[in-house]
Design a protein around this ligand. Structure first.
Ligand SMILES: Nc1ncnc2c1ncn2[C@@H]1O[C@H](COP(=O)(O)OP(=O)(O)OP(=O)(O)O)[C@@H](O)[C@H]1O
Ligand SMILES: [Mg+2]
Length: 212
C-alpha cells in the first residue's frame, strides 16, 4: 500500500457521490486511470528496489510456470493470434518467492507477445540440468522463445537496465525487475536474439532436492 491507494479511493468516492456533468466525469475518469497507472509504476519500482523482501519457501516451479502461462494465455496481454507451445518437466523444486517468480515469467511472456503484434508463437520449455555452482548440483533451465521482431545486437546489453524501453508506453522496468528477482534467487538470465527472427530468454534457477 502506498499513498496512491487512498488517493484513488477518494477520487472514486467523489466520482460516485457528486453530481458531475459529462465533461467533468470524463476528467474524473482520467484522474482515476492515471492514478492506477502511477500505482502500477510505483509497485514495479518498489519490487525493483527490494526484491529480497518477502519469504522464500519450497516451490514447485513446474506448476508455477504452468499456472502463470495459463493465466497469461487467457489475459488481454496475450493476443489470440499467438500459438503457445510448451514442454515443462514435472517436479522442478526450488526455494523461492512464488509471487516474485510469477512476475518473472509474466514479464518475459508479455514481452514475447508484444514483440509479435501480428501473431506468431511462444514456446516455453523447462527442464533439469547439471550445474557447476557449488550451492546446488542441479538447476532448472527455462527457455521462453518467440518468433517476434528480435532485439538488435547493440541494444541487447541494455534491456536489463531500469527504464530502458523501445516501446512508447513501456516503463522499461519489466526486465530490470526480472533480473533483480532472478539474482535474488541465485539464478541467471541470458538472451539470444536475432533481428526479425525472434528472441530466446533463458532463465536458470538452482534446484533443491524434491525429498527435502
Ligand atoms: N521478446 C522480446 N522481443 C523483442 N524485444 C524485446 C523482447 N523482450 C524485451 N525486448 C526489448 O527490451 C526492452 C526492455 O524490456 P522491458 O520488459 O524491461 O521493458 P518494456 O517491455 O519496454 O516495458 P515494461 O515491461 O515495463 O512495460 C523492450 O522495450 C524491448 O525493446
Ligand atoms: Mg516488458
Amino acid at each position: 500500500r502506498n499513498p496512491l491507494t487512498s488517493l484513488s479511493g477518494s477520487i472514486q468516492v467523489l466520482k460516485d457521490e457528486t453530481n458531475l456533468n459529462d465533461e467533468n466525469r470524463k476528467l474524473m475518469d482520467i484522474a482515476l486511470k492515471e492514478t492506477q497507472r502511477l500505482n502500477n509504476l510505483i509497485t514495479d519500482f518498489l519490487l525493483f528496489a527490494q526484491p529480497e523482501r518477502g519469504v522464500k519457501k519450497k516451490i514447485n516451479l513446474s506448476l508455477l510456470i504452468e499456472e502463470t502461462l495459463d493465466i497469461f494465455i487467457h489475459s488481454p496481454e496475450c493476443q489470440e493470434n499467438i500459438q503457445i507451445l510448451k514442454s515443462i518437466s514435472r517436479n522442478l523444486f526450488i526455494e523461492g518467492n512464488s509471487e516474485h517468480l510469477k512476475q518473472v515469467f509474466w514479464n518475459i511472456l508479455k514481452n514475447a507477445a508484444q514483440a509479435q503484434p501480428e501473431g506468431g508463437f511462444i514456446q516455453v520449455k523447462a527442464q533439469k540440468e547439471n550445474s557447476t555452482k557449488n550451492y546446488s548440483p542441479l538447476r532448472a533451465k527455462i527457455i521462453v522463445k518467440d518468433g517476434g521482431c528480435g532485439i538488435p545486437r547493440e541494444i541487447q546489453r541494455k534491456i536489463f537496465d531500469p527504464f530502458f524501453t523501445t516501446r512508447e508506453s513501456g516503463s522499461g522496468l519489466g526486465l530490470a525487475i526480472t533480473y533483480r528477482i532472478i539474482e535474488s534467487h541465485r539464478g541467471e538470465i541470458n538472451v539470444i536474439s536475432q533481428e526479425n527472427a525472434g528472441t530466446e530468454m533463458i532463465v536458470y534457477l538452482p534446484l533443491i532436492s524434491d525429498k527435502s
